[in-house]
Design a protein around this ligand. Sequence first.
Ligand SMILES: [Zn+2]
Length: 384
Amino acid sequence: MSAHSPAATSTRLSDGRELIYFDDPGRPPRTTSPDARGLPGRAEPGEVRYDELSGDWIAVAAHRQSRTHLPPAEACPLCPSTSGNLSEIPAEDYDVVVFENRFPSLGPALAELPDSLPWGQSAPAAGRCEVVSFTSSHTGSFGGLPYGRARTVVEAWAHRTAALSALSGIRQVFPFENRGADIGVTLHHPHGQIYAYPYVTPRAAQLGARARRFYDESGGRATLLGALLDRERTAGERMVLDGTHFSAYVPFAARWPLEVHLVPHRHAADFADLTGEEKDELAEVYLRLLQAVDALYDTPTPYIAAWHQAPLDTVLRPAARFHLQLTSPRRAPDKLKFLAGSEAAMGAFITDTRPEQVAGRLRSALAGIPAAAAEPSTGRKARA
Ligand SMILES: [Zn+2]
């Protein structure tokens, strides 16, 4: 199973954006079709401004106001193209596809960003934003993918992490998925995104600084996330699942009503740093985790799946461990937590769910879910 190597086929859309097909192993070789839309040239990049008050970079992407918002299936940009809907994907069918976002917050320009800019100056928003379509099917969600397809997505994330990390000026690569219109999803079609930033994001910088301090204090022998994983596994009460290469738990001080961290046992930096066996297990446990989340309520639970990868920064990178933070604002069947005064203004989280109870609910849900059928993903019949 660890030899899961989907075929990656790169092509260009009519406005010059790159699109890459990741076909499940065993598919016949792909011949690409041209994008018949004749799109106008790409929009000018937005800009980034440096906020001296906080030390954070802010991307100004006013051009994104015109982007597609919740189109019906017959106008979906992520469905395969038909004569009536020339979509972003000029193909009759596909397994997984990655392409440059038509309305990017960052890019397409690539450039080194200085550490800061004076007040009143801005720089082009360098970087790259990609869309990852998990399936050619308009409905469903990641948790419903067959194992082989999820494994291909994991391979696509690894491929893109390596490629984006090598681009000029990129300092952090962030794959993520927003699921559910309640948290601002603008397309129903199951998909995620990858942002390649020209700076280390505020959250990664905060977590990275703490990880680096712990690493230094241990003389470079231990990592913070590794230590927290060990403590959670010893305590046990917040554990959700325990694998050979990955374990998941609700963190002791979870911020969100629903929050799970999925952490590798080995100190890996990012998707591209995982072994084949680790990626095999990751695809399986991630599917099970999402299925458990969706078993908590009668309706799908909105979530943010945030894949934290080590920044491309010589100081932070050695101490930062790859992991998933899966969070949801849902705190009851019909209630979402909104970030208001304390959280949004002060970053001071107040949660009204006990992490131990959330972990118990997730364990119960998992008990009702069979292990993912890790069948080899050959043959068109397995298409999701
Ligand atoms: Zn669609």
